[in-house]
Design a protein around this ligand. Sequence first.
Ligand code: NAD
Ligand code: MG
Length: 338
Amino acid sequence: MSNDTTISEARRGVMTGLAVAGLASGLGGAASAANRDKDPAVTGGKTFFDPREAYPRAPFAVQDQPWPGLANKMIPRPDHGEKSYRGSGKLQGRKALITGGDSGIGRATAIAYAREGADIVINYLPQEESDAREVVSLLQGEGHKVFALPGDLRNENFCIQLVQEAAKRLGGLDILANIAGHQHYNESILTLSTADFDETLKTNVYAMFWLCKEALRIMPAGSAIINTASTQAYKPSAILLDYATSKAAIANFTRALAIQLAPNGIRVNAVAPGPFWTPLQVSGGQPSSAYTQFASGTPLKRPGQPIEISPVYVFLACAENSYVTGEVYGETGCAQIF
Ligand code: NAD
Ligand code: MG
C-alpha cells in the first residue's frame, strides 16, 4: 500500500466544530415533525428526548444509487453524529481500524471513536472517496489523527496489507471494527448467481476472517474486535438469502472466536443492527418500494440513524467493559420481534 492512499493525517489538538443543534421548540406535534424533517440532527447532543419524535421517517423519496452508494447523495442525509456526538475520553490513546468508515454505521463509529480519543484508520471502496473525504476533513478539522486507506476487502492480500499498514500508521492496533458489508436484494435463488453469492460472502464473511487473522498477529491483550451482524441473522428476509446467511455466519464466528481468544485477553463481540438509514439500503440493498417505506411498520415507526448505534461500538471497544465478550448486541428498535 503506497503513501498516496493517505488522504490526511492531522495531529491531535483543540476540538472544534461540535456545534450543537438544539430543539427549536417543544417536542409535541407538527412543530417537532417539521423541525425533524429540516434537520436530522434534531437531538443535537440532548440528554433527554422522545425517540418517537427524533429523526426522519417514511415516506422517503425514490433515490436509487449504483452500488456502493454515497451518503452525500442521500435525501435526507443520514445523521452520523457530525454535529452531535460528544466524546468523553473513553478511547483515549486507542488505535482503531474501521472498515466501511466512509458512510453509515462505519462513519458514525469513526466519528465517535475519534472524538473519544482514538487514532483511527478508515477503509472504504475507491468509489466512495467523496464520502471518505468528508469524514477525514471533519475529523482533521477537529485535530484528530485519521488515515484513509481505500481498497477492496474481497481480496485477501489487500486485507493483510490493510491491517499491516494501519498498524504502521497508528503505531499499533487495539481495536478492529469490521463494519463494511454488502447487501443486494434478489427475489429468487434461481437468479442469485455464484458471483452474487461470492460477492456477499467475500465482503461480509471472508474479509472479517482475513482481517481478524492478520490483526491478531499485532493486537495486544486488552484489544477488542467488533463485528457487524444484523437482525437478518435471526429473522431472515426472503429477498436477502445470501446476506442473511452471511450475517448468521458473522454472529457464530463472533461467539466462537470470543471463546478462542478469551485466554489471550482479546474480546470479540458483534453488533446486530435493525433497520438503519444508510447508503447500503438505496444502492441495491432494498427495492425502492421497500426503502421508501423503510421501517414504517416497526414499533418506533422509523429507521435508526447511524448516530444512534455508534455508542454501542464505543461500548464494545471500551476497556471499562472488560467482561463483555462473545455477545451479539442487538440494536433493532424492536425490529427483531414483530
Ligand atoms: P453503508 O453503505 O454506509 O456501509 C457499508 C460499507 O461497506 C460501505 O461504505 C463500503 O465502504 C463498505 N464495503 C462494501 N463492500 C466493500 C468492499 N468490497 N471492500 C471494502 N469496503 C466495502 O451501509 P451501513 O448500513 O452503514 O452498513 C454497515 C454495516 O451495517 C454492514 O455490515 C451492514 O451489513 C450492517 N447492517 C446495516 C443495516 C442497515 O439497516 N443499514 C442493518 C443491519 C446490518
Ligand atoms: Mg459507503
